[in-house]
Design a protein around this ligand. Structure first.
Ligand SMILES: [Zn+2]
Length: 296
């Protein structure tokens, strides 16, 4: 973008330094017959494609980072129709997958890998242990036609350059999941936050709301370095979107604390939160989280 165009763009979004709402409303480039959406973010010479499933696939995201060594895929979708759309989209890019990564242990992020033809993934140590020990059992319990991926590499906190693109990984512990690997692309100012960030989508809450909020505030404080935050559910976001999720989690927290042991309250609490946050989509995700978190 030339300086003049950049200024015009900034003026167009109210002078904000961050591409906030304007970015979140970005136009999907998905083929017309897709149920899911595709957003392309290009910054600092790095291009990232975000596939977001429709509601039937929990609006879960997968991200594809283009590198000179091939594509780096983060997360593998949940339901078959979404995985098959993602597979088609990846094929359209005409490049091999150089590496696949799994951000965390929840099946909505890995059930689709087998359909993508991805059998080997890299993951953090807690996620890797879970997949190795419990992955096959989770597939059997859910009676889904898939297979757990093999973990072929452990992702530690640190930095690695793949095909000219730097990936800075850091595990967020005890937030929406026991471990969520977040991936910064420092050249681009993009953070792939996965389920640390939900963008106007009801969250699979846990009892670790304080830890989760602290992690979110840490990201908010780095807004200058990381102006783009790619959510695990919902459209690409910006640091300006974090405050809404913090408010949401802080609203859930006392209702959760007051109802421990009363799993049957999950739906009633969801209804109350859904009324307070009418622009949040997919209330069943909150009910799912509550039904677990409320167990005594
Ligand atoms: Zn998820």
């Amino acid at each position: 973008m030339t300086e003049i165009h950049r200024r015009a763009a900034l003026t167009a979004i109210g002078g904000s330094l961050f591409v906030g709402p304007a970015f979140a409303q970005g136009v999907s480039v998905a083929p017309a017959d897709f149920k899911g959406k595709v957003f392309v973010t290009e910054r600092g010479g790095v291009r990232v494609h975000t596939y977001m499933a429709d509601a039937s696939g929990a609006m879960v995201t997968s991200h594809i980072v283009e590198t000179q060594a091939g594509l780096v895929l983060v997360d593998g979708q949940f339901v078959a129709p979404s995985a098959l759309e993602l597979k088609r989209y990846i094929a359209s890019l005409g490049r091999p997958i150089a590496r696949a990564m799994l951000s965390h242990m929840h099946p909505d992020h890995w059930f689709g890998f087998a359909l993508l033809g991805v059998e080997q993934v890299h993951a953090g140590p807690i996620t890797a242990k879970f997949i190795a020990e419990r992955g096959a059992a989770v597939v059997a319990e859910r009676k889904v036609e898939t297979k757990a991926p093999a973990i072929v590499g452990l992702v530690a906190d640190g930095e690695e350059t793949i095909g000219g693109v730097t990936f800075r990984t850091r595990a967020a512990l005890d937030t929406e999941a026991p471990e969520i690997v977040t991936i910064e692309l420092p050249q681009a100012g993009i953070l792939i936050a996965q389920d640390v960030m939900y963008n106007k989508v009801h969250a699979v809450v846990t009892r670790q709301i304080d830890q989760w909020v602290a992690t979110l505030k840490g990201l908010e404080s780095r807004a200058g370095e990381l102006p783009v935050i790619l959510a695990g559910h919902g459209e690409p976001a910006a640091p300006a979107n974090i405050a809404s999720l913090v408010t949401y989690l802080e609203a859930v927290k006392p209702l959760l604390a007051a109802n421990i042991g009363k799993e049957d309250q999950a739906k009633a609490i969801t209804d109350e939160i859904a009324r307070a946050f009418p622009d949040y989509r997919m209330p069943p995700l909150l009910t799912l989280g509550l039904s677990r978190a409320l167990k005594a």
